[in-house]
Design a protein around this ligand. Sequence first.
Ligand code: AMP
Length: 347
Amino acid sequence: MTKTDTDASNTFFLEVSGAGLPEVDGLYIPSAAPPAESESGTLSSPGFWNGKPAWDRADGKAARSPAISYSNSYKSWRISRLDGHLAYELTCDDALPPTDRPWNVYKMGVAPGPKVTLHDSDPRLASPDPNIIFILGGPGAGKGTMCKLAQIQLGWTHLSTGDLLRTELKTEGPRAASIKSYIDAGTLVPDEIVVKLLKDAMEKTVRDTGNLNFLIDGFPRSFGNLDAWYAVFGKDSDLPKMIYFECPLDVLTRRILGRAQYSNRSDDNIEAMKQRFDIFKAETLPIVEHFTDKGKCAEIDTGQDRSTVYDLFRAQLADQTDNDCLTRPLTEEAEMLLGLRPYPDRT
Ligand code: AMP
């Protein structure tokens, strides 16, 4: 196994869920104790599983308890049951238990294998306060492209309420049919659904990555959205700052119709688009005015070329952006998004 930092104690919170075995599901929390050497010479860090001492590898001496461990002999990560029987395994030499591949079911494990999540901070505690900027603008104003640039180049997390809703649709959960009817018609999805998706996504990001900088794109689109935000995040919570992407309606219409040819979006058609513009004018522009009146809104003219818009956007984010991110050269993907480099030809 490749070691990341052999002298550091374990600082990750590992969560195993969906194992179908109650003694395997649980939270493996870190310990400040330094790694110890096992008889086979492997360094590993002790920790605790559901409140009981456990090892992140079997050292041959520890009382057998649910454990997540790496076997040097078999070159595999393993999850054992309370009685010590191996329940799941994944052969690889990753330094940490893989979270992106299905685990193989072993002996008395229950198919399908569990999901493993690595948390950067304790998922049982309230997350630290995130730093949020709302991004609004008409459909086609370029919010998505600029937020994606801020994500890959400046280290911000981009959450788009439209994307969160479209992802929720794909899960085909109980709310999917209702969400689809609103999106297809170009009308607003109920506020509680949108805010719940946002809250869950923010909490997961903070836990999994520790990143506290969020661009929330496409929210709040109405006073109903804003009320639901206060209901969930607290009446006294600070009103986040907003960046408004200003763009003349005729430019927006041209962009959306151009995008409709390849976007594959059910709502990039004339009828839904008209509805989206009407709602934007009736519901969203008053929200922009509200933020402006409170001195919380910065406006960017997005009718200009992409590099100019990006420079203005970057300047707005600069004082909350890590200096290394601000000064590093543009990545290839950022250059493609800015139209400075062609996308690779996939034909
Ligand atoms: P977008 O991808 O931002 O253009 O959003 C696509 C569709 O998702 C909208 O037309 C709405 O039906 C829905 N939607 C996105 N964001 C919100 C929101 N903040 N509140 C309610 N509905 C939303």
